[in-house]
Write a protein that binds this ligand. Structure first.
Ligand code: NAD
Ligand code: 0WE
Length: 264
């Protein structure tokens, strides 16, 4: 069964083959979808094209989501290629590196807050606004990527946690606003995965092993698993689901206290 047969998706946030967005693109392609990939800058273009080659993708469009004209241009090019869209995936997050190491109260800055929220939160609304007319009344859906730091504190995630809380709220506001156009809006809260965005993070390896040992499934998740859940949420199989945050984290978020092996 190909549950995305011939459906057309724009995927924003592929940097390389390890990106969560690349996993979603592959899962969508496996279900028969057609894909356009955007890339942040010339620097990433060749890596993104390598990902696209395996997806039968023939259209690559540059888009810096901090720039309204760049978003407008992206959607204009999608419109001239396809004329409509069945969905859009937003897998973009960024905060200045100095915000992501150390104690929150010590390292937080106004500028870091602005950048994190502009790139990681507002961009989802901006993309929704710009692409809404391409998606109206065709059971289309929007998908974004969140993390547990939105609803729990954890070391070093800091302003990105504040931003992900905003992104999850944005998911609900967009879902409520776009329901009348039959556009669904959902988020996946993924467990930690070693991607480019994770590669600069101190003790990321420790976080992976912490999550693996304490999650009900006793392991970490893969971009393929996030991809399959994303393909489902963007398909008609999920036609009754909107405004939802779906955890794809091997169950880590439901636990507390582990197995008490560290208690006295
Ligand atoms: P990644 O580095 O592969 O992807 C991040 C993407 O954001 C890159 O493609 C980058 O080009 C893009 N980006 C950053 N600034 C941009 C800008 N101004 N304009 C356009 N694009 C821009 O890393 P990833 O882990 O795949 O991240 C994708 C999403 O998944 C992010 O929202 C991240 O917060 C979220 N997430 C990641 C994890 C994890 O552990 N890796 C877990 C949960 C959620
Ligand atoms: O959302 C993310 C990654 C977000 C991210 C990563 C970077 C690294 C490079 C945002 N901005 C930047 N800026 C950079 O300059 N994740 C869920 C992965 C992640 O990042 C962490 C984590 C986890 C998990 C940062 C600190 C603590 C845990």
């Amino acid at each position: 069964m190909s549950f995305l047969n011939k459906k057309k998706f724009l995927i924003v946030g592929v940097a390389n083959k390890f990106s969560i967005a690349a996993g979603i693109a592959r899962a969508m392609r496996n279900q028969g979808a057609e894909i356009i990939l955007s890339y942040q800058s010339e620097r990433l273009k060749s890596k993104v094209m390598q990902v696209g080659q395996e997806l039968n993708c023939d259209t690559y469009i540059e888009c810096d989501v901090s720039d309204d004209d760049s978003i407008k241009n992206l959607v204009k090019k999608v419109e001239s290629k396809w004329g409509y869209l069945d969905g859009l995936v937003h897998a973009v997050g960024f905060a200045p590196a100095n915000e992501l190491e150390g104690d929150f109260t010590e390292v937080a800055t106004r500028e870091g807050f602005k950048i994190a929220h502009d790139i990681s939160v507002y961009s989802f609304t901006a993309l929704a606004q710009a692409s809404k007319n391409l998606m109206k009344n065709r059971n289309a859906s929007l998908l974004t990527l969140s993390y547990l730091g939105a609803v729990r504190t954890l070391p070093n995630y800091n302003v990105m946690g504040v931003a992900k809380a905003g992104l999850e709220s944005t998911t609900r506001y967009l879902a409520n606003s776009l329901g009348k156009d039959n556009i669904r809006v959902n988020a996946i809260s993924a467990g930690p995965i070693k991607t480019l965005a994770a590669s600069g993070i101190k003790s990321f390896r420790k976080m992976l092993s912490y999550n693996a040992s304490r999650s009900p499934l006793g392991r970490n998740i893969t971009v393929e698993e996030v991809g399959n859940a994303g393909a489902f949420l963007c398909s008609d199989l999920a036609s009754g689901i909107t405004g939802e945050i779906l955890y794809v984290d091997a169950g880590f978020n439901i636990t507390a206290m582990g197995d008490l092996s560290e208690a006295d």
